[in-house]
Design a protein around this ligand. Structure first.
Ligand SMILES: [Zn+2]
Length: 720
């Protein structure tokens, strides 16, 4: 996952324009230093080596809120200056000036991101809550600024008569579009209704997620000590602790969340309890009580439709997808329809395999949804015999990091060197920093910060972000990028051994970092991500983990130093296609539902009935359920982040599989020099300065095909 800087999230609705980007020069001219609260550390210019670095060692939480507020104020003053310019609107005095604006706020958000994601406290969460409405108001002040939009529109209209340079034209197009897509062109009456709809929607989103949260917290299954059969010791231990924390000392709690439900359904021998846990989980938001989400979903769909109709679109999906790589809902449905039949056919095969195991066991049952994970695990053991503990002994965190540097050296010509001790401030002693340079020219590309270990106050999972992004229009900026993980910190001197999945994720996040480092764009806006495209680069980099070069040099046993045996590698690769019927079907069912819900007529929509009928129509196998049922589909209904965008994971997967196959078949394999050059030139460096579909065509010589994805998942490829 990539967490693009908070500044982008905060301004997401209004502007793609204001990316993480810092212009230090500007302090001297446009913004007088005396305007800035000179003592506030978050507002200060970044000093020191490498083009200036954040003063992470000097952060003062009690100065944070004032810094964000001051940053917003300064940004709005810059916007005012653009709007009040008496000269006719030009690219330079309007678009370029907007690209330059907000740099101090961006700088504050580099710190804000660290404090909220890496070092959170109740105090910081309070500040976030206090700032949320202020940030939203700040967004509206820019996105709904009529005079600003008129200037943008003039530049845009002029550019249609006299085209600008390609990258300037793209900045203008993207800026104009993001304003237009968010209602800037509406007349006063429609604008008013538009704002009302957004307000109603935002409260419905909050209600939706609170209802899901309510059902997650209130349907806990408590077990006694006779009901633990099949469960692992560590799972039992943590279930006992959760129960104790909930005043049920002596019993064991299965909470109504995926991280509790999934392992329980995989390992518990108690079928009735599996059914109960399954039922609780998939009924979240659908219990026909005060916390039921079906009516809320219907209301959200209606309001979304009304809002895009104000803008002149047929439906939400059409509006949402116009600036995505997929472009329109038809292209998305085409992809999903092509994969779906193979996925459900594989489910039927998996069910046959599982039924055979159940029968051989003498379990007199027919596979039901609450049996799927349980019997799949038994099939996995029988068919693949992969010992995850054995795999771990070859996956040392330090060696994996060296492996990533090696891959970056071969593909991107980068060299990573630790910065001299004490030269770059960090926010926590475990955070380490490397300088990234070009191997030939020695030119500094940027700094890579790694925050590897779990700790209190750090959010779970793994992510990548930037503190400063590349741009050249206002003096060249180098990149400050970070990777963040939650590995368990070892005792001093001991190796951190990680699972294959975690090693893959480590490579994935590093792929995001390389995407940041390799940017060659001139304007900050062009660093922006395209939702169905930004996971492609990172997913692709995962494919270098199981290459011979990496295995032989870096995947070595932590005691003997011997490389991972060929047979073990083969087993890992074979196991990758396991249970793909289940995984692909549960995911696709949700992605199809997301799209169909937004294409349907929302008048008097009965959400429960719609879900049932749609699943029947597409022949959803009865042995499993959508990964996210409609009343609990937070990606789509607790905000707009993934609305008609849940398909994006598979879209990026198609590109990943297709591009990986090109490397596999290249003369030099995954390290083919010519193909690596094209990879950097077309798929990484341009970021959003080029239409992703065009960029991909330049790399591949054609559009992506889905056959490679089908092969990856072990599905049959039908010849046309
Ligand atoms: Zn990612």
């Amino acid at each position: 996952m990539v967490k693009q800087s908070l500044i982008k999230i905060s301004k997401l609705f209004s502007l793609v324009v204001l990316m993480t980007f810092v212009s230090c020069k500007q302090n001297d001219n446009k913004l007088e230093n005396d305007k800035i609260m000179s003592s506030n550390v978050f507002l200060k210019k970044w000093t020191g080596p490498y083009g200036g670095v954040p003063a992470f060692d000097k952060m003062k939480i009690d100065e944070l809120k004032a810094a964000v507020e001051e940053g917003m104020k300064l940004n709005l003053e810059e916007i005012d200056a653009i709007v009040n310019n008496s000269e006719a609107p030009t690219f330079e005095n309007t678009i370029e000036a907007m690209e330059r604006s907000g740099s101090i706020l961006d700088r504050v958000f580099a710190y804000y991101g660290i404090l909220s994601s890496n070092m959170s406290t109740p105090e910081i969460r309070n500040i976030q809550e206090e700032l949320a409405p202020e940030l939203s108001e700040f967004n509206s002040k820019i996105s709904q600024n009529e005079k600003l939009f008129q200037r943008i529109k003039t530049v845009y209209d002029n550019s249609k008569k006299t085209p600008l340079e390609a990258d300037q034209q793209r900045v203008v197009d993207l800026t104009y579009k993001s304003f237009a897509m968010n209602g800037a062109e509406l007349d006063a009456v429609k604008k008013k209704r538009y704002a009302e709809i957004n307000k109603e929607l935002s409260s419905l989103y909050t209600k939706f997620s609170n209802n899901v949260l309510h059902d997650e917290e209130n349907y806990v299954t408590y077990l006694n000590k006779d009901q633990l059969s099949g469960l692992s010791e560590s799972f039992i231990k943590s279930a006992a602790k959760i129960a104790a924390d909930k005043d049920h000392e002596g019993s064991y709690a299965i909470t109504n969340t995926r991280s509790s439900m999934d392992p329980f359904l995989t390992y518990s021998n108690e079928r009735n309890l599996r059914k109960q846990v399954w039922t609780n989980y998939y009924a979240r938001g659908d219990n026909n009580d005060a916390y039921d989400n079906k009516k809320i979903v219907a209301d959200i769909l209606k309001l979304r439709r009304e809002r895009v109709e104000l803008l002149g679109y047929k439906n939400y999906a059409e509006w949402r997808l116009q600036d995505r790589m997929a472009k329109n809902p038809e292209n998305v449905m085409k992809l999903m329809d092509a994969v779906w039949p193979a996925a459900i056919a594989r489910v039927h095969e998996e069910v046959v395999d599982m039924q055979a195991v159940a029968d051989a066991n003498g379990d007199k049952i027919t596979i039901e949804p609450w049996d799927y994970r349980y019997y799949a695990e038994k099939v996995r053991k029988k068919k693949y015999d992969l010992d995850s503990e054995e795999v771990k002994q070859y996956l040392q965190l330090d060696k994996l990091r060296e492996a990533m540097f090696y891959v970056a050296g071969r593909l991107f010509n980068y060299e990573f060197k630790p910065v001299p001790a004490g030269s770059v401030p960090v926010f926590q002693e475990d955070v380490k920093v490397w300088e990234v340079t070009d191997k030939d020219s020695g030119k500094n590309i940027g700094l890579w910060y790694l925050d590897p270990y779990a700790r209190t106050g750090k959010r779970s999972g793994a992510w990548a972000t930037t503190y400063r992004s590349h741009s050249t229009f206002d003096g060249e900026k180098n990149v400050l990028a970070s990777n963040n993980s939650n590995f368990v910190k070892p005792a001093p001197g001991e190796a951190v051994l990680v699972s294959w999945d975690d090693a893959t994720t480590f490579f994935h996040e590093f792929g995001h970092a390389l995407h940041f480092f390799s940017s060659n764009v001139k304007y900050p806006t062009l660093n922006g991500g395209v939702r169905d495209y930004t996971e492609f680069q990172s997913q692709l980099l995962e494919r270098w983990l199981p290459t011979d070069e990496v295995i032989n040099q870096f995947l070595v046993h932590y005691k003997t130093g011997k490389a991972m045996p060929k047979e073990l590698v083969a087993k890992i690769k074979k196991a990758a296609t396991f249970n793909q019927g289940f995984a692909t079907t549960e995911y696709l069912a949700s992605a199809i539902m997301d799209m169909k819900l937004h294409l349907a007529d929302p008048t008097n929509l009965d959400v429960g009935k719609f879900e049932k009928e749609t699943l029947k129509e597409i022949h959803m196998p009865k042995e499993l359920v959508m990964r996210h049922r409609t009343p609990q589909f937070g990606h789509v209904f607790s905000g707009e982040g993934y609305a008609t965008a849940y398909y994006g994971y598979m879209w990026a997967d198609v590109l990943t599989a297709d591009a990986a196959e090109a490397f596999k078949n290249a003369p030099g394999g995954f390290y083919d020099k010519e193909l690596a050059e094209k990879l950097v030139k077309y798929l990484f460096a341009p970021r959003n300065s080029m239409d992703p579909a065009v960029a991909y065509r330049k790399f591949m010589g054609r559009d992506a095909k889905i056959e490679a994805l089908m092969r990856d998942r072990g599905f049959p490829v039908l010849s046309k």
